[in-house]
Design a protein around this ligand. Structure first.
Ligand code: SF4
Ligand code: SF4
Length: 370
């Protein structure tokens, strides 16, 4: 029976990877891992099916609880920024599972990447449980537990590891595949060569981008995509010139369709996070996809609590002896977790009003504009 469930879960996970824009929700509730007691830790996750299964697998060997909360079936990082995962969703899960009668402590370990959407003070008021942020990557959970529930600076940083890139490449390829399949159905055998070419372009652009993400010469992923596009265009031009007779209409079709696919992939690569770091206009004008949000700490308001340093997934903040400094050489991804967790409202945007501003979980966004 367990084997059948594992196979079913695996197939659903494959479906999640292939159609990532249409995520599958896992059932919300409290999952027992091992033989937990009333003193066992409680880890919190969203209800994106694929992630829940991966976390359950990662937690094997520990005795703990996994509290699966409604995140609209989206990963917590994306969901937190758009108010689909917040303190209310977690409190709902705590109350509906009767967690306070199951464990004797009042502590929840939250994924660090939900810091842009969860107000810890409000969470405690709403359900009596105190939230603490655990590792950004669930693959660090065992290290975190074995290290006495302490985060080292590396565990706070978001990673875009090979496995994620591989999943994303498949997911994106599946999305780009749909219009090609539609074309194939409409055009039938008549334009088979051209349709196979579009398929090849999709495959080459997407997989070379994701797999060579950190191997190509340019700093920004979107510019690496254009670099790949330039190589492909050169190959198309060379092929067209040497193929006799040269047909201008075919050359234009191959060249323009390859450019269009490459440009769409480049736009997707503007951000290596769920949110684009910058605006398309800024990327086209400047060639960089740096975030236009640059945290500036108002010394008058800052209490030196260190919360911003604890939640920044890009490591921009350093805390030394109660004083916080910002390292602008590190790239901000505009998640606004620092702003959300700064109770003093001390973080402003150095660039004033100009930033992408697609995070919806900050109650008073005007407070950060200077
Ligand atoms: S979170 Fe706000 S108050 Fe706390 S150290 Fe950072 S800037 Fe200062
Ligand atoms: S500095 Fe940038 S990356 Fe770091 S928490 Fe703030 S918005 Fe997010």
């Amino acid at each position: 029976m367990n084997k059948i469930k594992e196979i079913k879960d695996f197939l659903i996970s494959c479906r999640c990877v292939l159609l990532r824009y249409n995520p599958i929700r896992s059932e919300c509730g409290l999952v027992k891992i091992g033989n937990p007691s009333s003193a066992s830790p409680v880890f919190v996750s969203g209800n994106y099916f694929h992630t829940v299964k991966r976390i359950e697998k990662e937690l094997r060997g520990l005795d703990c609880y996994l509290l699966v909360c409604d995140s609209a079936g989206i990963n917590v990082w994306c969901a937190s920024g758009v108010c689909d995962f917040n303190e209310h969703k977690i409190a709902d899960a705590v109350n509906s599972t009767g967690l306070s009668g199951i464990v004797c402590h009042r502590r929840l370990i939250l994924p660090l990447l939900c810091a842009s959407g969860v107000n810890l003070g409000a969470l405690e008021k709403e359900c009596g449980f105190k939230g603490v942020f655990g590792p950004a990557d669930f693959r660090d959970i065992k290290k975190y537990v074995n290290g006495g529930f302490k985060l080292n600076p590396q565990m706070r940083l978001v990673r875009f590891a090979f496995a994620e890139r591989y999943y994303n490449a498949f997911g994106m390829f599946a999305v780009f595949l749909l219009p090609v399949i539609a074309l194939k159905i409409i055009a039938g055998k008549k334009h088979e060569g051209k349709i196979h070419f579009l398929l090849l372009m999709n495959f080459l652009n997407i997989f070379s981008n994701f797999m060579l993400y950190d191997r190509l010469p340019f700093k920004y992923p979107a510019n690496n995509s254009l670099f790949i596009g330039a190589i492909i265009q050169s190959a198309i031009a060379a092929y067209s010139v040497f193929k006799k007779p040269f047909k201008l209409a075919s050359f234009l079709f191959y060249s323009l369709s390859a450019f269009a696919i490459n440009f769409l992939v480049s736009i997707d690569m503007l951000g290596s996070t769920p949110f684009y770091k910058t605006t398309i206009a800024h990327w086209l004008a400047s060639g960089d996809n740096k975030s236009l949000f640059q945290p500036l700490i108002s010394k008058d308001l800052c209490s030196g609590c260190g919360s911003c340093a604890q939640v920044c997934p890009k490591g921009l903040f350093t805390e030394t002896g109660g004083s916080i400094s910002v390292d602008y050489s590190r790239e901000c991804c505009e998640c606004l977790a620092c702003v959300k967790q700064c109770a003093a409202g001390a973080i402003k945007n150095k660039n004033g009003r100009t930033f992408k501003d697609d995070i919806k979980s900050i109650e008073n966004i005007d407070q950060i504009m200077i």
